[in-house]
Ligand binder design. Structure first.
Ligand SMILES: Cc1cc2nc3c(=O)[nH]c(=O)nc-3n(C[C@H](O)[C@H](O)[C@H](O)COP(=O)(O)O)c2cc1C
Length: 322
């Protein structure tokens, strides 16, 4: 059964993954950097891991509470579909990550993607140059769409700024570059085209949606930062439509992310036009989720007599609806 996919067919380096199931940035282990992963979790079975986004300088993150509900595991067991977080990109900064974390990433035996967020195109260029030549990752994902820091989605909301960020990174690395787009834009295809024209090898769609809840008894927002980002089941159909629309507009691989909890959800994204998928919130409820989702995807392919997973990409049947 053919499970491998190339996320950078236009880049001489390519980005071949052994299968299309990746771990989404910020959700690898309990802290975004793999805490809780145990030796029996063979990461080499997964297509790729994207550790949490790093910024130029270390960030402490947002005030507590940062999660609503506090336990995603319990919430999902209860059938809750609204999951909010406001971590605020707590991270050790790029210097700390390159020194302390990349040696661990090199041991995973799978593809690792370095996720970057920056305040300006120049800072994206600077961070990319700092990362150049460091071992432990094979591609970069630009987080242009974080709703939980000031101006975190500034790039992803503007075709011009998206292009500037991608160009700045492209000029400083030959590694494959993925641009992670925002869900809350009027026309995702406009941003997607800007990213591709500026040299993005693939697009990751999408990130959390700005969101808020208020406790009516206390009249207090449930999150310490007042607003946060919605992930999980509620995000899935939103992100799905964006993947579908973007696949009609650009000719680079799309990585679908948002609310994937089963192999069937992954198949749905592939049919909509994705080449690969990322599993986010599901990890926070169960660290084995990506392994289970990959098994379910494999079973689906076997039972459907599909010999190559890429046959599913964009294969949604809309004939009767045209
Ligand atoms: C707790 C948490 C932290 C996150 N941190 C990041 C991050 O650092 N960088 C990033 O690009 N996305 C981050 N995300 C967004 C996820 O990577 C993903 O795009 C989003 O959650 C949608 O997927 P899901 O519904 O499977 O969770 C985070 C999401 C959650 C829930």
């Amino acid at each position: 059964m053919g499970l491998s996919v190339d996320l950078a067919p236009r880049n001489p380096n390519h980005l071949w993954l052994t299968n299309p199931v990746m771990i989404a940035s910020g959700t690898f282990g309990y802290d975004g950097y793999g805490r809780g992963i145990t030796p029996d979790m063979d990461l080499s079975q997964l297509g790729a891991v994207i550790p949490k986004t790093v910024t130029r300088l270390p960030r402490e993150g947002n005030p507590e509470p940062r999660w609503d509900p506090p336990s995603y595991r319990q919430a999902l067991q209860d059938g809750e579909f609204i999951l909010l977080n406001s971590i605020g990109l707590a991270n050790p900064g790029i210097e700390g990550a390159l020194t302390d974390l990349t040696p661990l990433w090199a041991e995973y035996g799978t593809t690792v993607v370095l996720s970057l967020s920056a305040d300006s195109a120049d800072q994206f260029a600077e961070m990319t140059a700092m990362a150049e030549g460091v071992r432990g990752f094979q591609a970069m994902e630009l987080n242009l769409s974080c709703p939980n820091i000031e101006n975190g989605a500034m790039f992803g909301h503007s075709p011009k700024l998206t292009a500037a960020a991608v160009k700045a990174v492209r000029a400083n690395t030959a590694l494959p570059v993925l641009a992670k787009l925002a869900p809350n834009v009027p026309d995702v295809t406009e941003i997607a085209r800007a990213a591709v024209d500026a040299g993005a090898d693939a697009l990751t769609i999408s990130n959390t949606i700005p969101a808020m809840r208020i406790d009516v008894e206390t009249r207090r927002p449930v999150l310490g930062a007042i607003t946060g980002g919605l992930s999980g089941p509620g995000l899935r159909p939103v992100s799905m439509a964006m993947v579908y629309r973007t696949a009609q507009a650009v000719d680079v691989p799309i990585v679908g992310v948002g609310g994937i909890f089963s192999g069937e959800h992954a198949v749905e994204y592939l049919l909509a036009g994705a080449t690969a998928v990322q599993v986010g919130s599901a990890n926070l409820a169960d660290l084995w989720a990506p392994f289970r989702i990959l098994d379910q995807l494999r079973s689906f392919l076997g039972e459907s007599g599909i010999t190559d997973v890429s046959d599913l990409t964009g294969a949604v049947d809309i004939r009767a609806l045209e």
